[in-house]
Design a protein around this ligand. Structure first.
Ligand code: SAH
Length: 238
């Protein structure tokens, strides 16, 4: 048998996802934690041929295989500090879903919303995504429940992260959001994203007021956290 050392493979994106998440901060740490996070997979030629997605709508969920393109240059380490272990305990990279891994490959099971055929070109709307805007998609496969949904043990991530944060909005923010009729999911999306409490773990044990900001779609959103309450204080169009 010949040595398999140093084999290299070239993968080409089949498309790129258009996502509300414009920066890594505050993206949910797994898919389906924010059902209002919708994205559109813009397939590129020749993968956008309508034949390539024939019968896809029979499936409710899809596996997305993608490249962690924004962190790929930073390499990997055998040990990582996952947020689920409080951000200071190390564990093996292959025991985590860390973005810093060999080959920088991500995988997410997301909900299929619809297949869009426009001018004989296919695009796919999905929801519950945890992908950055512009993430290269390497492959798409149907989620097959009889095989993929197993009664399994989830180690240190056995249950979804507990939601202990209550989310409040200033009057000004609420009325601004109400005018954004092209984003009917905006209030729900902000709520679901902030309920995940995206603060770094080491910031969580303080009763100081903490200010944060993030970009979702083309809105800058600012909030403050005091104990277990998040108040969205400001929103503006970029
Ligand atoms: N469900 C995937 C991803 C888990 S990590 C998997 O298990 O493989 C999820 C985190 O990946 C998000 O919180 C976000 O911070 C990060 N992320 C998403 N898209 C990315 C990209 N294109 N490049 C780098 N990091 C990304």
């Amino acid at each position: 048998m010949t040595s398999l050392d140093n084999q290299q493979y070239t993968v080409n994106p089949i498309g790129f996802i258009q996502s509300p998440f414009k920066e890594k901060f505050a993206i949910p740490r797994q898919p389906r934690l924010a059902s209002s996070a919708h994205g559109i997979i813009k397939l590129i030629a020749p993968y956008n041929h309508p034949d390539a997605v024939r019968d896809l709508e029979q499936f409710s969920h899809l596996w997305l295989i993608f490249r962690f393109h924004q962190t790929a240059q930073q390499g990997w380490n055998p040990l990582v500090r996952p947020p689920r272990l409080g951000g200071n305990k190390k564990t093996g990279v292959f025991s985590t879903r860390s973005t810093f891994r060999p080959n920088s490959i991500g995988m997410s099971a997301v909900k299929l919303e619809r297949v869009i055929i426009n001018k004989n070109q296919a695009q796919i709307e999905v929801s519950g995504i945890d992908l950055l805007d512009g993430t290269p998609i390497l492959d798409i496969k149907p989620y097959i429940p009889y095989s993929d949904a197993v009664d399994a043990q989830g180690g240190f991530a056995d249950a979804p992260p507990a939601i202990t944060m209550s989310i409040e909005f200033s009057e000004a923010v609420l009325s601004f959001i109400a005018t954004q009729t092209q984003y009917p999911n905006l209030l729900a999306l902000i709520t679901q994203v902030l309920e995940q409490d995206p603060r770094p773990a080491y910031k969580k044990n303080t009763d100081q007021i903490q200010q944060y900001g993030v970009r979702l779609y083309d809105f800058n959103i600012q909030w403050q956290v005091v104990n277990n309450t998040t108040l969205v204080t400001n929103i503006s169009q970029v």
